[in-house]
Design a protein around this ligand. Structure first.
Ligand code: PCP
Length: 399
């Protein structure tokens, strides 16, 4: 019996987290002998949150695991793919589709969309922050703002989206890396002294843990930073500024001041790490002020979800869709040079890029064939590298 308000793998995989109207649909179709009806159903979104032009698709791996064992085919853009809501000509862009007997996956629509919507919201926000702080150290600090059961997904999506590290033990283990972090105010308060806490941190922590001292607990950030530098000298990797909002008159100036005071006393390599309320809008200012790294919490873990929808676009091979959707099984073609997308019917020939004339690449590839995994799923590291390569192109084209 579960003690927390979460669903088990088995419950998710069996469709027990589905909306009741899918269970009713399944019952009706079965009783009316419609269980052999084959469909193609595609995932699209009508638009991205915050007026964004592009997003990062994640959750594909979880969807593949959800559909494994069900007699369907699942095609999708790979984990970490840049996606848009519409193609070059304004046609809705499918990021994935399922084909097979509708009854086979009818109840899985709710968990399937849940996997893609929330994870892609987080990875999209992480990637937009990465683009704005391209060279900065970015650590996901947002697990504490969300239900702990999803912290592995939050960390996975933040890392794939371009962050360098994640703070939770579980999240880091799922990704296959060491967790990242500094020290909490609690450590300093329990010692009742920054110096005692910093000294103890340095004595107890293994060498591989960077010495990033928290410098805003009792005194001014400038003074605490200098004390930490005097105490740890070359061992001091960085200082974390998590200035309380009541004292955050102008965070840019605080960052500049701390950096100046450290550098003017010869501590030229001490990194400035900022956390607390860091988001897409203020991070550029902080980078310009001299911050080297960020612990980003709420703005990524509480990122707006992507409102993906799953819609039937073909029944028994015939194109059909509800109003507002585009019927027919489709492929999304991408020019890897201009990063332009064109949506075509599956049966149509490969298009040339309308801008550079080059042949385009199919984005929707099979992951599940007749219920079996049809290709190796990427590691977190591989998916993240794929994202960073695409962001390099986006940076050139759009920024
Ligand atoms: C918070 C903690 C989080 C940071 C800020 C994320 O500091 O370090 O990881 O903040 P955000 O959600 O606004 O982006 P505190 O609450 O001071 O906690 P602690 O003393 O443990 O660092």
């Amino acid at each position: 019996m579960k003690i927390f308000l979460i669903a088990s793998d088995e419950e998710i995989k069996s469709g027990y987290t589905t909306d009741v109207y899918f269970e009713r649909t399944e019952k009706i179709l079965k009783e009316k002998g419609m269980d052999k009806v084959n469909v193609v159903a595609e995932v699209t979104t009508g638009g991205l949150p915050e007026g964004k032009k592009w997003g990062i698709l994640t959750g594909v791996i979880e969807v593949a695991k959800l559909l494994e064992g069900y007699k369907v085919n699942f095609y999708s853009m790979p984990e970490g793919s840049v996606f848009r809501s519409n193609d070059y000509y304004g046609i809705r862009e499918p990021v994935a589709f399922i084909e097979g007997p509708y009854i086979e996956f009818c109840k899985l629509e709710t968990p399937l969309l849940g996997f893609l919507c929330q994870s892609s919201g987080v990875s999209t926000k992480a990637a937009h922050i990465r683009i704005k702080a391209w060279k900065s150290l970015l650590i996901a600090f947002g697990a504490r703002r969300m239900h702990p059961a999803i912290s592995p997904m939050l960390d996975w999506a933040s890392y794939i989206g371009g962050f360098d590290g994640v703070s939770t033990l579980k999240g880091a283990s799922v990704i296959g890396m060491e967790p990242m972090g500094t020290m909490p105010h609690a450590l300093i308060i329990v010692f009742g002294s920054q110096l005692e806490a910093w000294k103890s941190f340095d004595e107890v922590m293994p060498e591989k843990v960077p010495r990033i001292m928290l410098v805003d607990t009792f005194w001014d950030e400038k003074l605490e930073s200098l004390e930490a530098a005097k105490l740890l000298k070359d061992k001091l990797y960085g200082v974390r500024l998590d200035t309380p909002s009541s004292r955050r008159g102008n965070m840019k100036e605080i960052i500049k001041e701390v950096k100046w005071e450290l550098e003017s006393r010869g501590y030229k390599n001490v990194k400035i790490i900022v956390s607390g309320g860091v988001n897409e809008d203020n991070i550029i200012d902080y980078v310009e002020a001299g911050a080297d790294g960020f612990g980003v919490g709420t703005s990524v873990s509480n990122a707006p979800t992507i409102d993906f929808a799953l819609d039937i676009v073909e029944v028994n091979g015939k194109p059909i869709s509800k109003r507002g959707k585009f019927s027919g099984k489709k492929q999304v073609w991408r020019c890897m040079n201009c990063f332009i997308d064109i949506v075509k019917l599956w049966s149509e020939e490969i298009p040339k890029c309308p801008k550079c004339g080059k042949e385009m690449k199919p984005m929707l590839i099979d992951f599940i064939k007749n219920g079996s995994l049809s290709r190796k799923l990427p590691t977190a590291k591989e998916a993240r590298e794929y994202v960073l390569k695409q962001l390099e192109i986006i940076k050139k084209i759009e920024y």
